[in-house]
Design a binder for this molecule. Structure first.
Ligand SMILES: [Zn+2]
Length: 122
């Protein structure tokens, strides 16, 4: 299984966001008893997080994938350094590129701007 760390990170943050809801509802409705208040808190959380989770797991804007390789020659400046390449974005797919091009950090930033100008979203 391939893990998308952007999605994973957002998912972990989203779990933390459910904490204040639980705490808040328990504080407000604690009089109903912990069990009833927790059931209500989870109902509220479910109503909100259904949509948040759906975004986290299906949004194409989070699908950008980068490949990082150590000690690789930059195709632009020829420097041997840590190389980066955009593999996949919403409207960009180089997953089957027979000759993947890696760029050093500096050249990668320049190339990223160029791709953004062309309308690639990542
Ligand atoms: Zn370079």
């Amino acid at each position: 299984m391939e893990i998308n760390f952007k999605r994973y990170g957002l998912y972990l943050i989203r779990w933390q966001l459910s904490t204040p809801i639980l705490a808040g509802v328990l504080a407000l409705l604690g009089g109903l008893g912990a069990l009833a208040a927790t059931i209500i808190a989870n109902l509220i959380g479910g109503l909100i997080f259904f949509w948040v989770d759906r975004f986290i797991f299906t949004s194409e804007s989070l699908a950008a994938q980068w490949e990082v390789k150590e000690e690789v020659r930059c195709v632009d400046c020829g420097k041997v350094a840590r190389g980066y390449r955009l593999v996949k974005a919403e409207n960009y797919d180089k997953t089957r590129d027979p000759a993947p091009e890696f760029r050093c950090e500096e050249c990668s930033k320049r190339k990223s701007e160029e791709l953004r100008r062309k309308g690639i979203k990542f």
